[in-house]
Write a protein that binds this ligand. Structure first.
Ligand code: ATP
Ligand code: MG
Length: 579
């Protein structure tokens, strides 16, 4: 399972934004100086992402190149964005919304979503994006927790999912509908934008003013609403540059939906703050469409997720062979552990390896990353970025102690980076529980090797304790994915009288393979050779797909609950559920 290190050439190292010298010289104050700020010490994300560039003479540069599901395309320059976000800010302010009010958006990835996000921030309101594919209950629950003041959505979503209970959210005063017409009690966005003033002075937000509410993916339980402030933009600027190699003019594509934190931090804010030209695709994953997009648009930096990469791997190398990916210079992945197999596959198919990086909704930005100048150890999530102090610790009550090199413990971060969440909405106690011994505790288990590389082991909740061994599902799943028939894998621990727990695995097969007892034995045999008998799954079950959140994360807790006949818990973010 151990894959050889992918070493970077001297040329590649020299081309990186984050050189050793930059790393050594880094301070948060210097990172802050890369931005404009507002007079008197203020800071506003939308000003840094849009207006600043127009003021510096870059208004004519393309900011967003948008591709519709139906084949249409639109292009917005930084000047266009400045104007539209000003109109949006004017229109919500004219309708009585004030700084601190909360605007939710539930929309496909259309240009209006991006204008609304930045216009909301420009007006000093708090922006909260939700997945457009959520059903009525998850939407309602989040808008209630977030005490929504305003909503931007489309007419179909409004009629099908919101109209029935809209009046029961007393805080909700304004519903804007994308397009020319609106149902009763709502305002049509297009005419309202046309009538609104294109001049708007950006709200004088302070660095600590709330800017964003992001709900977590709900992989381990009920989603939490993480609150982020305008100061987060310092982190977005810095990590966009150093972890994702953004420079002015870079052709960049982040495939995440703004409904989860990656799609906002790195699909709206970081790219625009770094003045890239970003691709936005309204459509969801489609192998041919994605390969053509990468090729035709000459994408240089691509930020995607393991689920998508595994879907590409499932289709095989041949599907990629006819394409020219020579414009790609940096590939990154986030959201789930990236199996060593996938890193190597990227290198073969795209001529570049995927760079895994780690963060979570709570951290607001990338914390640990494989950067361009670093050699990659496939399966490792890299090293902490400049300004980030990460540790591996053991928590017993309030006492926190450091783990030794190579020992598994909880991944912890020293508070102080600018995009740290400032609260879980209405859940003060849950928030406080994340801190102990001067650390923020992430709930993820990891290990650090002698050279400072961090290795993800699993979520604390998913850890398997078998015959005295602690096993993370990632290790088991990575071994299973080495079998040529296996497209996806999930491992859980089931109670066992003698061993404490035994491992059970679920796999989905690649096209052309059919479940059989012989195949099950073969996959188990491979896992046994790779992992040893204590850790190898006792049983491998075949599934068409594995249950995942809408942000693409495998929900192991659901497999376990079903296996044990326990309640399924919060499944508001569950996507595919074909068992
Ligand atoms: P919830 O907290 O509601 O259970 P969630 O943790 O899945 O949901 P997110 O904040 O969207 O919600 O996801 C962050 C988590 O995703 C991390 O804590 C980690 O468990 C996992 N993750 C993200 N990136 C990586 C990575 N590169 N390697 C391994 N795991 C990752
Ligand atoms: Mg989490």
């Amino acid at each position: 399972m151990v894959r050889p290190t992918i070493t970077k050439s001297a040329e590649e190292r020299a081309a990186a934004t984050l050189t050793d010298a930059v790393r050594r010289a880094f301070t948060w104050d210097k990172a802050r100086e890369m931005l404009d700020g507002l007079p008197g010490g203020g800071l506003n994300i939308a000003h840094e992402a849009v207006d600043r560039h127009v003021a510096a003479g870059h208004g004519a540069q393309e900011a967003i190149r948008w591709f519709g599901k139906d084949g249409s395309r639109r292009s917005l320059t930084y000047a266009d964005l400045a104007e539209r976000t000003a109109r949006f800010a004017s229109l919500i302010t004219d309708r009585g919304l004030r700084p601190g009010d909360r605007l939710f958006a539930i929309s496909d990835r259309v240009p209006e979503l991006y204008t609304a996000a930045l216009g909301t921030l420009k007006a000093g309101l708090v922006f909260s994006p939700l997945f457009s594919a959520f059903g009525p209950d998850p939407i309602r629950m989040r808008m209630e927790i977030g005490e929504a003041t305003a909503l931007v959505t489309d007419a179909g979503t409004y009629r099908r999912k919101i109209a029935a209970w809209r009046d029961q959210i007393p805080s909700l005063r304004l519903v804007l509908i994308i397009g020319d017409d609106a149902p009763e009690g709502c305002v049509a966005l297009a005419p309202a934008m046309a009538a609104a003033s294109a001049r708007f002075e950006v709200a004088q937000t302070r660095p600590e003013d709330p800017a964003l509410i992001h709900f977590t993916s709900g992989t381990t339980g009920r989603p939490k609403g993480a609150v982020h402030v305008h100061a987060a933009v310092v982190m977005h600027a810095e990590t966009g540059r150093y972890a994702l190699e953004m420079r002015p003019g870079t052709r960049y594509w982040c495939t995440a939906d703004p409904g989860w934190v990656t799609g906002t931090s790195y699909g709206i804010i970081a790219p625009l703050v770094n003045r890239v030209t970003m691709i936005v695709d309204e459509a969801d994953f489609d192998l041919g469409r994605w390969y053509s997009m990468l090729e035709r648009e000459r994408i240089a930096v691509w930020y995607t997720a393991p689920t998508a990469i595994r879907m590409m791997m499932r289709a095989g190398k041949d599907a990629a062979a006819a394409h020219d990916f020579s414009a790609l210079r940096f590939l990154a992945s986030v959201g789930e552990p990236l199996n060593p197999e996938a890193v190597v596959w990227g290198n073969e198919v795209f001529g570049r390896p995927f760079h895994d990086n780690w963060w979570q909704t709570e951290t607001g930005g990338i914390m640990i990353a494989n950067t361009r100048a670093m050699d990659i150890r496939p399966g490792s999530m890299g090293k902490p970025l400049p300004g980030v102090e990460a540790g591996i610790v053991r928590r017993e009550g309030d006492a926190v102690t450091d783990c030794a090199t190579g020992e598994i413990g909880e991944l912890a971060l020293r508070p102080g980076w600018p995009s740290m969440m400032r609260a879980y909405l209405n859940e003060e106690a849950r928030y406080r529980k994340c801190f102990a011994g001067g650390w923020y505790l992430t709930g993820d288990l990891a290990m650090r090797d002698g050279d400072g590389y961090f290795w993800f082991v699993g979520r604390a909740d998913d850890l398997i304790k078998s015959s005295g061994h602690l096993t993370g599902p990632f290790e088991v799943e990575s071994a299973l994915l080495e079998h040529p028939a296996v497209a996806e894998a999930a491992a859980i621990g089931l109670p066992d009288e003698t061993a404490g727990e035994v491992v059970k695995a679920y796999v989905a097969l690649k096209p052309g393979f059919v479940p059989s007892e012989a195949l099950e034995r073969e996959i188990r045999g491979l896992a046994r050779r790779k992992l040893g008998p204590a850790v190898a799954p006792r049983e491998v079950a075949f599934r068409k797909t594995l249950p995942k959140t809408r942000s693409g994360k495998i929900m192991r807790r659901l497999l376990k609950a079903r296996e044990l006949g326990l309640p399924e818990g919060d499944i508001s973010t569950l996507e595919s559920d074909e068992t």
